[in-house]
Design a protein around this ligand. Structure first.
Ligand code: ATP
Length: 351
């Protein structure tokens, strides 16, 4: 009997994949992952968690120490990068500064010995697709960051990859352009119907782009899920803390997570309804953030941490804050509805 497969075909399958460098703990430690065909997958995690090494192993720029990499059921673990059916787009776009946009895009076809007429025709076609046809003769230095990104995308697509690998592709852009290009990346991915695997350390970027988020920690996968699943139900303490916007609380039943915007707060002498639980705390900072106000708090009686970051947070709408403007030093009671709390595995979670 065949094993159960997901309904959507896997573009990439990682099986017990590991990378051990000459020294230190494994950079990637026995990970299994299915990336659905035509999906946008973001590998997310703090610096050093192994996300770039994972991407580089898929690309063939790094050899796997053990395990397998399958692309549409073909084992590509030991194939050279150019024979895998993947293409990579880098952080700095890595465009050749002395070549025009057109020649940058056509470069890999030149390496394959394709005649100039054909390779330029293909490159022009791709530049048109990313709305860059009119700037084909410009050098990279004469293009804006966003335009360079489009050229880099066209250059990656000329090899007709099945899977596009993107290593922090937006991090060289200023914040405004980053959000604009993020929307373009998502649109291109949908229009092309390609599988994108995108490495980022930005929670916000991953949530905005991904169909599937893969949260990594110390070479292992902590959680795989849609952005909504990962944000609403972080599987572990690590994921709750890394995603932010959550409180991690120790209760007699174990560790729980409660979203900051689902915490309720009252002045210390306020009433608690029967279904709620209460926790005495002191407000330590109040940050106005436009549509809401973020309160940092400390449990009553606990020492202030040396870095003075708040232990707990509560996000209030402007309207709620207008009803009672909490101030630093104020004694409060925190509560949360039972269904706002969910249990967390301690970290690091290992399958
Ligand atoms: P960042 O966001 O900082 O790029 P990352 O999650 O992509 O981090 P990796 O670059 O995959 O992390 O690195 C994972 C671990 O492997 C780190 O501890 C790193 O120091 C180590 N590492 C990466 N490349 C090498 C190398 N060539 N030789 C030795 N160790 C390496």
């Amino acid at each position: 009997m065949s094993s159960i497969r997901p309904l959507q075909a896997a573009a990439i399958e990682l099986v017990a994949l590991s990378k051990q460098f000459a020294s230190g703990p494994p950079a990637v430690d026995n990970i299994d992952l299915l990336v659905a065909s035509g999906s946008y997958c973001c590998l997310l995690g703090p610096s050093g968690c192994g996300k770039s090494t994972t991407l580089r192993m898929i690309a063939g720029h790094e050899l796997a120490s053990s395990g397998d990499i399958l692309l549409e059921n073909r084992n590509i673990t030991h194939l050279p990068a150019a024979a895998r059916g993947t293409a990579m787009m880098f952080q700095s776009f890595a465009l050749f500064p002395h070549l025009s946009a057109l020649d940058n895009v056509a470069f890999s076809l030149k390496m394959k010995g394709v005649a100039q007429v054909q390779r330029h025709a293909r490159a022009r076609d791709l530049l048109e697709r990313v709305s860059m046809g009119h700037l084909a003769e410009r050098l990279p230095g004469e293009l804006s960051g966003g335009q360079q990104q489009r050229v880099a995308l066209a250059r990656a697509l000329i090899t007709q990859p099945r899977v596009l690998l993107l290593d922090e592709p937006l991090s060289a852009l200023d914040p405004f352009l980053r959000i604009q290009m993020r929307a373009e990346l998502k649109r291109w991915q949908k229009e092309l119907g390609l599988t994108f695997i995108h490495v980022t350390h930005s929670q916000e970027e991953a949530m905005a782009l991904a169909d599937t988020m893969v949260v990594m920690n110390r070479g292992a996968i902590e959680q795989v899920g849609s952005p909504r699943e990962v944000f609403n139900r972080p599987a572990s303490e690590f994921v709750a803390r890394f995603m932010g916007g959550h409180n991690v609380l120790d209760t007699p039943g174990g560790k729980i997570g409660v979203r900051s915007d689902l915490m309720q707060i009252r002045p210390a002498d306020g009433p608690l309804s029967g279904a709620e639980q209460g926790l005495p705390a002191i407000v330590i900072d109040v940050q106005y953030q436009g549509t809401h106000v973020l309160l940092g708090l400390q449990r009553s009686g606990s020492a202030l941490p040396a870095d003075s970051t708040a232990e707990l947070s509560v996000m209030l709408s402007e309207t709620r804050f207008a009803e009672h403007a909490y101030t630093p030093g104020e004694a409060v009671r925190l509560s949360w509805a039972a269904d706002a709390a969910h249990s967390l595995q301690s970290s690091p979670a290992r399958a």
